[in-house]
Design a protein. Structure first.
Length: 553
């Protein structure tokens, strides 16, 4: 009985481990239940043991899996902490290293006896002095060393934003005409220094010319310009021989490596001699070509009979200008045009960046965009005409035919650099021998007389008051410096409207210069006849009639 009791106790303990929610009666309550329970216990003992083993294995596996998850989570956290610590340590090392490098660089570069300071110090100081004028645009309480990096960063950011915005909603681009390089067709002559100069002879023949008018061309132009659209019949009526030529490096003329306004005047002198013009001749300067005409009045005044200027450009940095005159000139230009003048004066080599994207892009462009100007109403109407567009494109193509930017860069530099003389030098003055012992001794052996200096011939000037390329203030400045200039102010004209394709204007200019038309000098041996056509459209055969080549050395 005791064994049974122990057996019952054992089964109860086993049942307590597997509580299925069934409660059995005690063995003492019923013998039948006791026997049935023993049998069922024996039969199910094996099954219960298997279930118990499975339960324990399942619980052990769950505990093991949970342990692995805990361990993995701890490892991940440890790895993150290690990475953070490693990155932080490296960051501190890099900061210390950069501070050390900064100190080394400052000690190496800032010291007066360092190699870098000795080697590049003068150049850096020169660049700093050239850029010093930009500090005037900064507020007075701002340090340029800290302000300019911020300005540069904002500028780069603005460019990036503009590039992104320009990519959206961009209208269809206009049809762009490509430039064409034409075959050589100019008459040439050989200068004493071995260079060849291309020229274009218009109007009456040399032996019938009553007047000879030599006209250098403006920036981005050529010998084809002259007086745009002037009729051969008008030149014949006044007996005028009009000679135009390509500046060095323009058109078909050879470049001059060290040219200035003095050599420019000498080129005109040699041109006149080689073409058989031995008497005095007239010069015509339009726009930026005016500086070459001024140079002839300075360096070869004895060869010049008179000068005519239309919208003449002067040096905008001329020190003889008053502050008011200078401000009136600069305020008529937009910021980009001001920048181009500043670059041409201080950093001329940078002009190649702009020229490569405009004049030397191989495509024709808009005048207003190329020269950064806004045109007057009359100029706008003229530049839209077919005749002007055809002439302008052909002239530009001839101007850049050699594909070299240096001549154009040099021309821009000459305009804003020191000319070697001032306009005031052209004013007629009486220069007498100075007083002193040496002049007195010279007067003993030779009679000393006073002589006139400057240019004593007539000077005529036409200026459009609506000109946005050459501000009218420049004409007023010229008339102040040279009181003898005959100034003609044109109230409704701009930069192009009075000079390009205006028959009435051309007649007015020739009448002002030469008076009533007298025709050419009569010569029965000359039967030359000129067609009443636009000079720049003459064919090559007509140009070859005027070819004159000299072997002067």
């Amino acid at each position: 009985m005791a064994d049974v009791t122990r057996s019952g106790s054992w089964t109860e303990e086993l049942a307590s481990l597997i509580d299925g929610g069934i409660r059995y009666s005690t063995i003492d309550d019923s013998p039948y239940l006791m026997d049935q329970f023993i049998d069922s216990s024996v039969n199910s003992n094996h099954t219960e043991l298997q279930f118990d083993a499975h339960l324990h294995s399942t619980m052990d596996s769950k505990q093991t899996h949970f342990g692995f998850e805990e361990e993995r989570r701890e490892l991940d956290e440890d790895l993150k902490d290690k990475i953070k610590g490693f990155a932080k340590a490296w960051g501190e090392l890099l900061i210390d290293l950069s501070i050390g490098c900064k100190d080394i660089v400052q000690q190496s570069l800032s010291a007066e006896d360092s190699y870098v300071v000795k080697k590049f110090g003068p150049y850096l100081s020169r660049v700093s002095s050239n850029l010093g004028f930009l500090n005037e645009y900064l507020p007075e309480d701002r340090d340029p060393l800290h302000a300019w990096p911020v300005v540069f960063f904002v500028f780069i950011l603005a460019l990036a934003v503009l590039n992104v915005n320009s990519a959206h909603d961009t209208p269809a681009p206009p049809v762009v005409k490509k430039m064409v390089i034409h075959p050589p067709s100019a008459a040439t002559l050989l200068l004493p220094d071995g260079r060849h100069m291309a020229y274009h002879d218009q109007g009456v023949a040399a032996n019938r010319a009553r007047y000879t008018l030599i006209a250098p061309h403006a920036f981005l132009s050529s010998r084809l310009a002259g007086i745009p659209g002037i009729k051969a019949s008008l030149l014949e009526e006044f007996g005028v021989r009009l000679v135009t030529y390509d500046l060095p490096g323009f058109g078909e003329s050879d470049p001059h490596p060290s040219r200035d306004l003095n050599t420019s005047a000498l080129d005109v002198h040699y041109l006149a001699n080689d073409l058989g013009v031995y008497d005095k001749f007239w010069v015509l300067g339009y726009s930026t070509a005016a500086m070459h005409a001024w140079a002839t009045l300075k360096y070869i005044p004895n060869r010049i009979a008179g000068a005519a200027f239309v919208a003449p450009m002067v040096n905008p940095y001329d020190p003889a200008m008053t502050k008011e005159e200078s401000s009136k000139i600069w305020e008529r230009w937009d910021s980009r045009r001001k920048l181009m003048f500043s670059v041409a004066r201080r950093f001329p080599s940078f002009l190649s960046y702009f020229y490569r994207r405009s004049f030397f892009s191989g495509k024709h462009g808009n005048i207003k965009e190329w020269f950064s100007v806004s045109l007057s109403e009359k100029d706008e109407t003229l530049t839209r005409s077919t005749s002007f567009e055809t002439f302008w494109q052909r002239n530009v193509e001839e101007s850049v035919r050699q594909g070299h930017m240096k001549p154009l860069i040099k021309e821009a530099m000459l305009q804003v650099s020191e000319w070697g003389f001032s306009l005031g030098d052209l004013q007629t003055r009486r220069r007498c021998p100075r007083k002193g012992i040496l002049p007195w001794l010279k007067s003993i052996y030779s009679k000393s007389e006073c002589e006139l200096t400057g240019f004593s011939g007539p000077i005529y000037l036409w200026q459009g008051m609506n000109d946005t390329v050459v501000p009218p203030s420049m004409a007023h400045y010229i008339s102040r410096i040279l009181p003898g200039v005959n100034l003609h102010q044109l109230p409704s004209d701009g930069h192009f409207s009075y000079f390009y394709f205006c028959d009435e204007c051309h007649r007015e200019i020739l009448t002002t210069l030469f008076g009533d038309p007298l025709g050419p000098i009569h010569n029965t041996n000359d039967t030359t006849q000129m067609d009443d056509t636009d000079p720049y459209l003459l064919n090559q055969h007509e140009d070859e009639d005027h070819v004159f080549t000299t072997d002067t050395v």
